[in-house]
Write a protein that binds this ligand. Structure first.
Ligand SMILES: NC(=O)c1ccc[n+]([C@@H]2O[C@H](COP(=O)([O-])OP(=O)(O)OC[C@H]3O[C@@H](n4cnc5c(N)ncnc54)[C@H](O)[C@@H]3O)[C@@H](O)[C@H]2O)c1
Length: 256
């Protein structure tokens, strides 16, 4: 990317959003880093270094004014907006039977409604031939899995929104894609990897690859999808999962 570009990254104070932010600023992209956690944003900015073009913006992505305010801040600070990375999200182990109406609303508001509202706010600024949106879905939005029904429903919604917006925005030269990570080692998953044998048996053992996913793996995919290298990729859902979703691998079976 030769010209100065600007990205807005939500959930930039931790895990995957932090890695995306650091990857983009390393490539010279100015980033408006949005998160509800001020301390997390401060840490991301410190890791980016003093020379990085980065500004923190503290907001709950559910806030009615948050999308317009964050987009306006990106434009005010950096003169425009080229990329939107809708990454902020929450998840926990819950089946549909265990899910309260309040749980459902919280997942929907953060994981899906905010993706729609930030996209709507950003669209008028995204330029033909350059502008791109990357939404963070999940392999659980594509494949059935026990105990993740409300989370997976929101991520399936993100996939649906992505492919429909690709059809709406593509004719204007703006691309909309999604990433479906498998298990990535972040604060969201670390505790379960350490303590939950069932989680490991279902999600870690069947990965046909010798290591877990890292936030940087997802950040690389996000940067690629925004770059000129992906200039004809629109409406794609890119799994970053070491092959978990397309194989029927069993570590135990392979060892027999
Ligand atoms: N880690 C994984 O294995 C994995 C797998 C598939 C998909 N994902 C998705 O990737 C995204 C990032 O996950 P992560 O693992 O980095 O999680 P994380 O918990 O490490 O980071 C999420 C960030 O989002 C912020 N956030 C949460 N709710 C917010 C709100 N209402 N307003 C503003 N900020 C908010 C948090 O403060 C945090 O900084 C999520 O959408 C998640 O569903 C993660």
């Amino acid at each position: 990317m030769s010209e100065q570009r600007t990205a807005l990254v939500t959930g930039a104070g931790s895990g995957i959003g932090r890695a995306i932010t650091l990857r983009f600023v390393r490539e010279g992209v100015a980033v408006l880093a949005v998160d509800q956690n001020q301390a997390g944003l401060d840490e991301t900015a410190a890791l980016a270094g003093a020379d990085a073009k980065i500004a923190g913006f503290v907001a709950d992505v559910r806030g009615k004014e948050a999308p317009d305010a964050a987009v306006a801040e990106a434009v005010r600070r950096f003169g425009g907006l080229d990329f939107l990375i809708n990454n902020a999200g929450i998840g926990a182990a819950k089946s549909a039977a265990d899910t309260t109406d309040e749980d459902w609303d919280r997942y929907s508001d953060i994981n899906l409604r905010a993706v729609f509202r930030f996209s709507r706010a950003a669209l008028p600024h995204l330029k033909p031939g350059i502008g791109a949106i990357v939404n963070m879905a999940s392999v659980f939005g594509l494949f059935g899995h026990p105990n993740v029904a409300p989370y997976a429903a929101t991520k399936a919604g993100v996939v649906g929104l992505t492919i429909q917006m690709a059809a709406d925005c593509g004719p204007n030269g703006v691309r909309v894609n999604a990433i479906a990570p498998g298990v990535i080692e972040t604060p969201l998953t670390r505790a379960r990897i350490d303590t939950d044998q069932r989680f490991n048996a279902l999600n870690i053992d069947p990965i046909p690859f010798p290591r877990l996913g890292r936030p940087e793996d997802v950040a690389n995919a996000a940067f690629f999808l925004c770059s000129d290298q992906a200039s004809y990729i629109n409406g794609h859902v890119l799994a970053v999962d070491g092959g978990w979703s397309v194989t029927n691998y069993s570590r135990r079976g392979a060892a027999l």
